[in-house]
Ligand binder design. Structure first.
Ligand SMILES: [Zn+2]
Length: 448
């Protein structure tokens, strides 16, 4: 059943029309906003975006690391303390090789939070750091800093006035309270870049036509068209899906939301969009309560649901979803807050269960030949180590699966080529035999 969120498309059009009358900012090529403070490294955010030598937690990552260095798809090359948010952003450079998974990150923006804030902001940096330090990912994973999402891409989903009010610190106090973060310029940079990473990953897999790309951020599925909640400001999954429809003409996208919280914002935004199917498995007694929306397929799960029950459901649903909707793109919200002991979740999955979940999703997408984008989502264990381990698993498993799939595909191709060459040789041999037989027959007839 489709959602009860109302006619979001019609509302978006109306909002855009209003904004065009009052503040036609989308007609400008770029928006340079005075940027009052440098980031935690003391350099400009833009310079930090371009830098790859410093890990987010301050530890140094060798630039000669086996992990591919970040690409040139950076926020800005300007050293001046301004954040330039482009109206449009071109497609990112392709993956460095077949079977190499590209994962974007946005933790080069150091977001200041009050002491004791319940959101584990450092988990993004810790996850990237764990991936960057994993030698087994050599040649399998390339980490790239994400650029800010373009205004015209954001406007496919969000009311431009909302985007602008957030950017310029013009949100009301209750609005920011619903989001859950205090406003800061760094939060703006991170939020735009988090969304930009998912959009870039989407371009990448759709240009390839297959494979997996990721964002070590995003999955901000509680963001609505003109408001945010639950630590989400912009809905990266919705924006990237709209970009996929606009730029690649897709008519079937599957949002696979396996975060423990319902993706209410995504469900609301796509309530009247038949080209996007939202499948959501979430804890029934978890937030959101008042703002819950109806997914295309929503599976509310009881407290303490464990591996067997969870995986059984996913195993039965995935083939049906792929067969019925034949998606051309899967947007995987891979939150790990279904882990037992998560401080915001109420389910009881183990790390092994989440690993099996990831493998199931990646294997299904690769076998079906459907490009997949993986985003980070929630994970709130205290301390955060268990969540970081599970988040790291999400990307490591994706890189392994993609790499193995590409190697197998190459092997199949070689076998096919060898088979074709052998067939041609045999055919040629048969031809020679036939010619020889004709010549022999001619000779025999001549003798007679
Ligand atoms: Zn969550």
């Amino acid at each position: 059943m489709r959602g009860v969120g109302g006619n979001s498309l019609r509302r978006t059009s109306r909002c855009l029309a209003n904004v065009a009358q009052r503040a036609p900012f989308c007609s400008r090529p770029t928006h340079a906003v005075p940027w009052p403070r440098a980031n935690a490294h003391g350099s400009s955010p833009a310079a930090a975006a371009a830098s790859s030598s410093s890990s987010p937690d301050g530890a140094t990552t060798s630039s000669s690391s086996s992990i591919s260095s970040p690409g040139t798809h950076t926020a800005s090359s300007s050293a001046s303390p301004v954040l330039e948010i482009p109206t449009t952003v071109g497609p990112p450079p392709p993956a460095p090789g077949p079977g190499v998974m590209v994962a974007y990150y946005a933790d080069h923006w150091k977001v200041p939070l009050p002491e004791g804030h319940r959101f584990p902001m450092l988990k993004y940096a810790a996850t990237r750091s764990a991936l960057a330090g994993d030698g087994s990912l050599e040649g399998r994973l390339a980490l790239r800093p994400a650029s800010p999402a373009a205004l015209e891409d954001l406007a496919l989903v969000h009311c431009p006035q909302y985007v602008e009010r957030f950017r310029l610190d013009a949100m009301t106090e209750p609005e920011m309270r619903n989001v859950g973060f205090p406003w800061s310029p760094q939060l703006v940079g991170r939020t735009f870049s988090s969304c930009g990473g998912t959009v870039a990953a989407t371009h990448l897999v759709l240009q390839q036509g297959w494979g997996i790309a990721g964002n070590i951020a995003g999955g901000t599925h509680h963001a609505f068209r003109d408001r945010g909640e639950g630590f989400c400001v912009f809905n990266d999954i919705a924006v990237a899906s709209r970009v996929a429809i606009r730029d690649y003409g897709l008519d079937s996208i599957l949002v696979l939301d396996l975060d423990v919280h319902q993706g209410n914002g995504t469900a609301d935004i796509f309530a009247d969009e038949p080209r996007v199917t939202t499948f959501d498995m979430f804890g029934d007694k978890n937030y959101p309560w008042k703002s819950r929306r109806v997914n295309t397929y929503g599976l509310p799960l009881p407290d303490h649901t464990g591996d067997d029950e969870y995986l059984g459901l996913l195993r039965s649903w995935l083939p049906r979803l792929l067969a019925q909707h034949r998606p051309q793109l899967i947007m995987f919200q891979a939150g790990v807050d279904a882990l037992k002991g998560d401080s915001f979740g109420r389910l009881g999955l183990s790390r092994a269960g989440l690993l099996a979940r990831n493998n199931l999703v990646y294997g299904s997408a690769l076998e079906a030949g459907v490009p997949l984008v993986v985003t980070m989502g929630g994970g709130y264990t205290r301390p955060m180590d268990a969540s970081v381990t599970c988040h790291t698993d999400v990307y490591r498993t994706a890189a392994y699966r993609l790499s193995a799939w590409a190697a197998a595909a190459e092997q199949r191709q070689q076998q096919q080529q060898q088979g074709t060459a052998r067939g041609r040789a045999e055919e040629a041999g048969r031809g020679q035999s036939a010619e020889a037989a004709v010549a022999a027959a001619a000779a025999a007839s001549g003798q007679q």
